[in-house]
Design a protein around this ligand. Structure first.
Ligand SMILES: O=P(O)(O)OC[C@H](O)CO
Length: 839
């Protein structure tokens, strides 16, 4: 039945999209041309702030209908030059044609970390890849350059048809015979027999059979049915559909070249994208297929296993894993874990590439989530036990000018997630197809050898496939468990370091879109409103700063055009335009819930500035009356803030020492931002003096202590402004933590369920916002409340117990009193700064 519905659906879809296949007739064909041409015009118009240029071409497009076939082919011949022009429009928001360098000379983002994977960093890359520019894959694909009337007329079809065919081995039949699965079934049965205390032979056999049937069913639900044909067909459909709502899909050709070469090494590629949208996995497979790279098996949450779409995704490579496991029973579900483990092992052995989201779910805040370790530990195990010789990890960063899916606002306000259904999926697809989401940018980072990373994090002591003992340990997390968060003790350190490194790399190589930059400036610099000119100057400064940081931007052209373009995309619900004294003033809408969405866009940039913000917050909250502090004090306060925000940001690479990273950042603020007066920071003489003193005194000499390094804070207005604005980046999240700490009072002498506690905290936050006790509307965020609860558990103040499907919180005995809660509040409140002064 399901198959029949799918066929009907497919035919209906085909009819909707290409009715000419079913009904011949000039009127239908004309209508089709109308649709396509109007969509083309729409896309072009949306992209250009001025509509004149493309309105002019509308008549040309109408003429197109009267063209003879030959004329159409000639038009296609010109497509290459159109592509070039469009590429320029892509990157130059202004309507005039920019120099080609705007598109070509872009930094190649996402290069591997030199300190922990130097060999990977030097491989697969050369000057030629660096010099390759960006391309819009919707317009730039090999088939477009081919000769031949048919090829050019059906360029998308040719492109998909001619893409390299892979034999995607079906994994399944052998899994149930796998020793791991059989042992798990036996163990599970033994456990159940023990729990029930019934030892009759027939009962045991019944249980064993039941568990075997369950294993079969779990495998059936999990299995992918990846099909080369379906992948190609979907790719063709995407060529038709993506331009309806995206103006372009931009990738760096150098990065694609690296991945292509990596694919030829014969090692499995493990794609690890940052998760922003359901579109992410579709985009990645689309790019890979059209560049002749093997598409991966994708770990998808079982929430996506819905009628029709579920089967479609299976065919495109999805294998389904449990989103949540029961906190108590789930950890003892050996059969599920064994099936997942064996399935992935078999996939890797069969030569599949694999893709999964380290964050588990999509970010609701725009900041990357902390990694979930379950799936990655399976890949690491496969390497450790010799199933695979090595694997190449490919961090992927994806950014959209406009958020494509998800109703994250209600979730940020504490409401539960609305589960995906066939109806809701259809509704959102329809909505998406009829909206404008601007540009999507995908950065495929340089592949990193897993073997090299393991070796580095094991201090270079990796022997040839030493098989590490595996004592499985449950490590429950409070958000999605993503199948299983069971990590072997011995690997835990490795899994954590590597996962965090990958997420750090992904976040740092995310290209900044126009909407991110404008939202960031409006929320953190000009909350009270600003003129376009002043905003354009600030955007120029931000662009310079990002250039210095070697970050790529998803836009170019004059800043005032970029601003107008971004305002258009963000819409009037997020940004208001007002006229004051004959001047146009742009104001962010900072009321709830709108500000949550604006904050989402702004948060992409917080990753780049979080360490600077920590130092600025420390400076803002310390006693710097005399304009001087010691570096030691500043580092200590900064480390304390990093500790407070450990679940919000990954501040530095896991192969780096946090203290060192803070010291480097202080140096950066001295040299490039003039926050500290250089001569007083550490003159060459002072450094020489310190070295001499160190040589003179024995290191172990108790009498010796190196003189504290003094930092003199610049008294320039720009330095003060920098400290204020940069520290404001962290205020919303610190305010959230502060209110959560305040609400710990509610737990004195009692236990509360997680949902109830979060809702009460959110209500308290809204109340404090109304009374002016907290300043920032975006502080109202359920994600921050959850992270604060996690932190209080790490600080051993709070305890969480899982009971059937609920998580219950209570204070630890030593902290079950008002004084402890007051002390906790004080520990957080000392880093709370006031609101930004009015501009
Ligand atoms: O963001 P979530 O939690 O809805 O999860 C999205 C995942 O793609 C499900 O596989």
């Amino acid at each position: 039945m399901e198959g029949f519905i799918e066929i009907v659906f497919f035919l209906g879809f085909l009819y909707w999209f290409w009715p000419d296949i079913f009904l011949e007739g000039a009127s239908r064909a004309n209508k089709m041309v109308d649709i396509v041409t109007s969509r083309m015009c729409d896309a072009l118009n949306r992209f250009s702030p001025s509509h004149k240029q493309y309105n002019g071409s509308l008549s040309t497009i109408n003429d197109l209908k009267r063209f003879s076939a030959d004329q159409r082919y000639r038009r296609i011949l010109n497509r290459e030059s159109e592509v070039k022009a469009r590429e320029n429009q892509l990157y130059d928001i202004k309507e005039n044609v920019p120099p080609v360098t705007n598109v070509k000379n872009r930094p190649l983002m996402g290069l591997t970390c030199y300190s922990c994977a130097p060999v990977s960093r030097d491989s697969l890359i050369n000057q030629a890849s660096k010099n390759l520019g960006l391309k819009n894959i919707l317009n730039e694909y090999p088939a477009i350059r081919k000769k031949g009337v048919f090829t050019r007329t059906f360029a998308h079809f040719t492109q998909c048809y001619e893409a390299t065919s892979y034999n995607y081995a079906h994994i399944g039949s052998t899994i149930l015979e796998d020793e791991r699965v059989q042992i798990a079934v036996e163990n599970m049965t033994a456990q159940q027999v023990q729990d029930s205390d019934r030892w009759e032979e027939t009962y045991c056999e019944q249980l064993l059979e039941k568990n075997q049937r369950r294993a079969k069913m779990l495998l059936k639900n999990m299995q992918s049915s990846m099909s080369d044909l379906l992948l190609k067909f979907t790719s063709w459909v995407l060529y038709k559909l993506l331009p309806c709502f995206l103006s372009s899909v931009v990738v760096h050709a150098g990065q694609v070249k690296m991945i292509k070469e990596a694919g030829q090494t014969g090692l499995p590629l493990i794609f690890l994208p940052l998760h922003r949208s359901h579109l992410d996995y579709i985009m990645i497979s689309f790019i890979l297929l059209n560049n002749n790279i093997r598409c991966p098996l994708i770990a998808a949450g079982d929430n996506l296993r819905m009628p029709i779409f579920g089967s479609l995704l299976r065919g495109l490579g999805a294998f389904y894993i449990k989103r949540r496991v029961d906190p108590v029973l789930g950890q003892r579900d050996y059969v599920y874990k064994a099936i997942l483990h064996s399935y992935m092992n078999a996939g890797l052995k069969a030569g599949h590439n694999v893709e999964f989201f380290l964050e588990g779910g999509r970010t609701r805040t725009g900041k990357p989530l902390m990694p979930k370790y379950g799936i990655f530990s399976v890949v690491l195990d496969a390497f450790m036990d010799g199933t695979i010789e090595d694997a190449l990890l490919v961090p992927v960063s994806i950014n959209y000018e406009k958020l494509v899916d998800g109703n994250f606002i209600r979730e940020q306000l504490g409401q539960p997630k609305q589960m995906e259904t066939f109806g809701s999926a259809m509704k959102s697809i329809w909505h998406v197809l009829n909206s404008n989401y601007g540009m999507a940018r995908i950065d495929l980072n340089q592949p990193i050898s897993l073997r090299e990373l393991v070796k580095t994090f094991h201090n270079g002591k990796l022997q040839n496939h030493v098989v590490f003992p595996k004592n499985l340990r449950a490590n429950p997390s409070n958000s999605s468990l993503y199948g299983t968060d069971v990590v072997s003790d011995e690997h835990k350190h490795l899994v954590e370091k590597i996962s965090k490194h990958v997420l750090y790399d992904g976040a740092r190589s995310t290209s900044v879109m126009s909407t991110n930059a404008v939202a960031f400036l409006l929320l953190h610099k000009f909350r009270q409103g600003v003129s376009v000119d002043r905003l354009a100057t600030a955007l120029d400064e931000l662009r310079d700063d990002l250039d210095n940081k070697q970050k790529d931007l998803g836009f170019s052209g004059s800043s005032s055009d970029v601003i107008l373009y971004a305002l258009d995309l963000l819409g009037s619900s997020l940004i208001k335009k007002e006229t004051k004294d004959g001047k146009c003033i742009i104001k962010p809408v900072i009321r709830l819930p709108n500000v949550i969405e604006l904050n989402y866009y702004s948060n992409t940039l917080i990753n780049y500035y979080c360490l600077e913000a920590v130092i600025a917050t420390a400076l803002n909250c310390m006693d710097t009356q005399l304009g001087e502090i010691t570096e030691e004090e500043l580092v200590e306060a900064s480390l304390d803030i990093c500790n407070l925000l450990q679940y919000e940001f990954i501040f530095c690479k896991p192969c780096q020492d946090l203290e060192g990273a803070i010291v480097d950042c202080i140096e950066h603020l001295t040299i490039y931002k003039d926050i500290f007066i250089a001569s007083n920071v550490d003159t060459i003489e002072a450094q020489k003096g310190r070295k001499l003193a160190e040589q003179f005194f024995d290191e172990n000499d108790d009498n010796y202590s190196s003189p504290p390094k003094q930092l003199k804070i610049s008294d320039k207005e720009s330095a003060k402004e920098y400290i204020l604005t940069t520290s404001s980046l962290l205020v919303p999240v610190i305010e959230s933590y502060s209110v959560t700490a305040f609400c710990m009072d509610k737990l004195i002498g009692q236990q509360l369920p997680e949902r109830g506690l979060i809702m009460e905290t959110m209500d308290e936050m809204k109340e404090q916002l109304n009374t002016g006790s907290i300043y920032y509307e975006e502080s109202v965020s359920s994600d921050s409340v959850k992270n604060a609860l996690k932190l209080f558990q790490t600080w051993e103040i709070l305890e969480c117990q899982a009971e059937s499907k609920e998580r219950l919180y209570n204070l630890k005995q030593a902290h079950d009193n008002h004084d402890s809660i007051k002390a906790l509040s004080h520990r957080i409140d000392k880093y709370r700064c006031g609101p930004l002064p009015l501009e």
